[in-house]
Design a protein around this ligand. Structure first.
Ligand code: FE
Ligand code: CA
Length: 520
């Protein structure tokens, strides 16, 4: 459909309205035409957010270089979005003009509604003489549609310095409904020991520094290709703010009020760089709802869970260097009030699991649920930053799954930089306890994994873990049908070089109504 004059006028009216409603808009300006750019303002790429049956969130951020700054200043810029029904860009189905300004880092979040379910769309942005690349998105099936298959990939942990994003190049070539990214999209810190491609940015603390960090990561052409190829479903972990943070606590035992200030800056930058509908709460900017639940036709119910914003502090923290560590003989760890998700999110998840009417329940969250205990001189030692540090919260979750008779619950995680396929029992590693759910954890895109010696101890001490490999980088590819979930761990050696070839490290499956992972 061509943009008619009337539709054009309607678009203009909508722009004026949007500008008038936007709290940051000081003046209403007519959309400008023909701004001449010296540098491509779309250098950070484009992205499509979580697919809904009739809507997509489409994102870009204009990067305004010094030489192009004349006349931009703090004035709003307008960006035109076009959405097409064909890859050849001949059938335009939607045009929209959006305003942005420096207060939001010139980011653009367009919610395009009125689309058809389970349908492919292509989109691009324009500003003056500049045009973005073309992105692809596919809407979700209607909630009551019968769906033959869901294809998605699980990914996490892409430390820029520790490797090339060849996993994203491979991801871009997959046929997927979406990429499910479960955290550590950026790393606020630097690790000179494994600097394959060092950058000279200081640790990100301020809003300007977080923006600079995202701009560095987002400039990567392979990451851009992955975003352009598929919608992304997003969840964060710790490094989007600071290593091992827990709610308002960081590992340096910083004053919680200052941690929340930093968190507000980090959350704002996160929103500005991702295809999300909602950002930080306007009157409480350190708070931002990211957890969500959505159906995939009649096939599955999918949750994305926030394991950082609401969690209790790690148990038995070191008084000097807080955050994650191995702990042993720690009574605090067992306290029933300790929570990974926070009480409100736990209740919301339980209610959702109870109400679910679909055969599969997929719980995406940022870290590892199965135990990675290792022997200590007395008792066991546990990694206190993962669910091992929150054993009562883990028991509550699995008990809920068990009590509700849900037998096709699969959890999906990241954070630990290794591929894991595990059985989740009511009592971890107890052969007499029932297996109530299945777990897959994906290895990192680039971030280095633990050494073989430590991993061997984990393998020997945790019979519930059926597969654990920390030596390779990559992503995990999933195919869900009515009867089975298949997982292929797609990997390359560490560090991921620019010519990395990807192969299947191992494949596992879960059969419907039969909790537990099976080697394929
Ligand atoms: Fe990580
Ligand atoms: Ca992490």
């Amino acid at each position: 459909m061509r943009l008619t004059r009337r539709a054009g006028l309607r678009t203009l009216t909508q722009t004026a309205l949007a500008l008038a409603l936007a709290p940051w808009a000081h003046a209403i300006q007519a959309p400008e035409v023909g701004r001449r750019w010296r540098y491509n303002p779309f250098a950070l790429g484009i992205a499509c957010g979580r697919p809904e049956p009739t809507a997509l969130v489409l994102w870009t951020r204009l990067l305004v270089q010094e030489e192009d700054r004349q006349g931009v200043g703090d004035d709003p810029l307008t960006v035109t979005l076009e959405v097409f029904a064909d890859e050849g860009l001949r059938r335009r189905v939607h045009t929209q003009t959006l305003a942005t300004n420096a207060a939001r880092a010139h980011s653009v979040h367009a919610v395009v509604s009125g689309l058809r379910p389970a349908t492919d769309y292509w989109y691009r942005f324009r500003q003056g003489t500049a045009q973005s690349r073309v992105g692809h998105g596919r809407t979700a099936p209607a909630p009551d549609a019968s769906v033959r298959a869901l294809r998605f990939a699980l990914a996490s942990c892409q430390h820029y310095e520790q490797g090339q994003y060849t996993a994203h190049e491979a991801l871009a070539g997959e046929d997927l409904d979406f990429v499910l990214f479960v955290g550590d999209y950026i790393y606020e810190n630097s690790n000179a020991q494994y600097a394959i491609r060092p950058h000279n940015l200081p640790e990100a603390v301020t809003l300007a520094q977080y923006r600079e960090r995202y701009a560095l990561y987002k400039r990567d052409p392979l990451l851009q290709a992955s975003h352009a190829a598929h919608p992304w479903v997003l969840m964060w972990d710790d490094h989007e703010v600071v290593n091992d943070y827990a709610n308002d606590q960081d590992m340096r035992h910083t004053d919680p009020a200052r941690v929340l200030q930093r968190r507000a800056a980090a959350y704002q930058a996160y929103f500005e760089h991702q295809p999300l509908r909602i950002g930080p709460e306007p009157h409480a900017p350190a708070h931002m709802r990211l957890h969500a639940q959505f159906p995939w036709g009649r096939l599955a119910e999918i949750w994305t869970l926030d394991c950082r914003q609401y969690r209790s502090p790690q148990a038995c923290r070191d008084p000097v260097r807080g955050g994650g560590r191995m702990i042993t003989q720690c009574d605090e760890r067992l306290a029933p009030e300790r929570s990974m998700l926070g009480a409100a999110q736990e209740d919301w998840l339980s209610a959702g699991l109870r109400a679910s009417t679909r055969p599969w329940q997929l719980l995406a969250q940022s870290t590892q649920i199965s135990s990675t205990r290792i022997p200590a001189p007395i008792d066991w030692a546990y990694w206190n930053d993962a669910w091992d540090g929150y054993p009562e919260a883990r028991r509550r979750l699995l008990q809920t799954v068990h009590d509700l008779g849900r037998r096709s619950v699969v959890t999906l995680g990241g954070d630990v930089h290794m591929n894991v396929a595990a059985n989740l029992r009511l009592e971890p590693n107890d052969p007499n306890a029932p297996i109530v759910a299945s777990e897959f954890v994906t290895t990192s895109i680039t971030s280095r994994g633990m050494g073989e010696r430590a991993l061997n101890l984990i393998r020997e001490s945790n019979p519930d873990i059926r597969h654990a490999r920390a030596d390779e980088r990559g992503y995990s590819r999933f195919l869900l049908t009515a009867d089975q979930l298949r997982c292929d761990f797609q990997t390359t050696a560490f560090p991921a070089g620019s010519q990395a070839g990807f192969r299947t490290q191992a494949s596992f499956g879960v059969l419907r109504d039969q909790p537990g992972v099976r080697s394929l």
